[in-house]
Design a protein around this ligand. Structure first.
Ligand code: SAM
Length: 291
């Protein structure tokens, strides 16, 4: 539709009408390509039974495309200056609820309980501000919200790291942290030219399909993530070197070797070669000595 908010012409008119100036510090890069936006909404499988949560609606480009298909949209925007603009641009969509809030400060469980009526098919859909992509995603995952999926436009490199498989250069603690909670796929990569202003990096759409159960069960989740971070501290180093350093156990090198072997893991391997299942085994052996 040539009157959509996201068309370059309409976006320009909205920005001029409200004399809006972009704040780089808030990661404000607005989408001006309706095909890309529809693709994001398709990827999220949005239907009239869906209640969508959007982080950072900007001037409403993505919000509008979600609203055309979803039962409701609840959008959290940190920038006060955008609220009157959104009231104007989203006036035709009464099932959109814009809330002035920093997503990182928000109590999302309460927000879902109090602001969203139907919770059978809940998704997060967003073109995320790049400066806080990882904290936002980790918050959405770690809080174990009742979500089916999270579909977000993010920096391409970050999407590749999140979806990476063991043994690849992109695989690291972020891959495992996300894949513990969700199945991760990069669905589509997009050039800088679909945004105003254009960012310095290419972007990709990441789909996280939330798991009902984690793919591994561990004795202590906190310790599991701790040993994973410890194992990747210096990528070029072996598990042994990283773990000795992490547990500050210079005198206990022999113990670390023994614990690795008990878990059936060669301590000379590098962290990037271990599957999530292998980290789970390692964690369950080490937790007995180091928690
Ligand atoms: N959804 C719009 C689009 O696609 O054109 C705008 C996307 S823009 C990349 C990111 C948006 O997130 C901006 O509107 C920015 O003000 C907002 N934002 C930045 N940090 C935020 C935070 N912590 N909580 C909520 N919104 C935030």
């Amino acid at each position: 539709n040539n009157k959509d908010i996201a068309t370059p012409k309409r976006t320009k008119e909205i920005l001029e009408k409200h004399r809006f100036s972009f704040k780089k510090s808030l990661g404000q890069n607005f989408l001006i390509d309706t095909n890309v936006l529809r693709n994001i909404v398709d990827t999220a499988g949005v239907t009239e039974n869906t209640s969508a949560i959007e982080v950072g609606p900007g001037i409403g480009a993505l919000t509008e495309q979600i609203a055309k298909r979803a039962g409701s949209v609840t959008a959290l925007e940190i920038d006060q200056r955008l609220l009157p603009i959104l009231r104007d641009t989203l006036a035709p969509y009464p099932h959109v609820n814009v809330i002035h809030k920093d997503v990182l400060e928000a109590d999302l469980h309460t927000l879902i309980n109090e602001q969203i009526e139907k919770k059978d098919d809940l998704v997060v859909v967003a073109n995320l501000p790049y400066y806080v992509t990882t904290p936002i995603l980790m918050k959405l995952l770690e809080e174990k919200l009742p979500l089916r999926a999270i579909v977000v436009m993010i920096q391409k490199e970050v999407a590749e790291r999140i979806a990476a498989k063991p043994g690849t250069k992109d695989y690291g603690s972020l891959s495992i942290a996300c894949q513990y909670y969700a199945k991760a796929e990069t669905v589509l990569t997009v050039p800088k030219t679909v945004f105003v202003p254009q960012p310095n990096v290419d972007s990709a759409v990441l789909r996280l399909t939330i798991r009902e159960e984690p793919p591994v069960s561990v004795k202590d989740e906190g310790f599991f993530f701790r040993i994973i971070r410890g194992s990747f501290t210096q990528r070029r180093k072996t598990l042994l070197n990283n773990l000795v350093h992490h547990f500050d156990a210079k005198k206990e090198k022999a113990l670390i070797i023994e614990l690795c072997e008990q878990a059936g893991i060669d301590p000379k391997r590098r962290g990037e070669t271990l599957s999530m299942e292998e980290f789970a085994r390692l964690s369950d052996v080490f937790v007995e000595h180091y928690s």
